[in-house]
Design a protein around this ligand. Sequence first.
Ligand code: ATP
Length: 147
Amino acid sequence: MAGTLTLRVITPTRIVLDEPVESVRIPVLDGSLGVLPRHAPMVAALGAGLLHYKSNGVEKVLFVSEGFADVRDNVMRVVTEACEPSTDIDEKRARAAEARARERLAQRGKGMTGEQAIDALRAEAALRRALMRLKVFEYGSRERVRT
Ligand code: ATP
């Protein structure tokens, strides 16, 4: 057993988590990145997705939005726009956000202006957040059924 590292998850409004954990997997722009205790110092850009961590032998999942992570002195800091455990996710709201984003993307046409292209990128990011929230929500529902 390699011990623990401290996982600190921070949003603009609160500290979501600050505790020793056995392992962490964060969503990055091109996949995911696993971190174990005594990891070398690093920084990474966070993509919206699922943050998995193991605490006292139990696997847990959080939704995290865009942001960054760093590791130093056996502390991993995850600084993100928004973060929710499955129990805090409002499924209806996420489904509505998904529908809105899909509607905006469906209106995308050829020969977009710069502004329209930026709107489309925003809609893609909003769609990703909504889908990832729904994934975490479903993950939590499965866990609740099992326990
Ligand atoms: P929406 O369009 O529904 O606001 P969004 O993806 O634009 O979704 P964010 O900018 O990621 O929302 O988050 C804004 C705030 O709302 C954050 O505090 C976040 O925790 C909260 N939030 C967003 N969607 C949900 C949700 N489905 N359930 C619970 N909290 C949410």
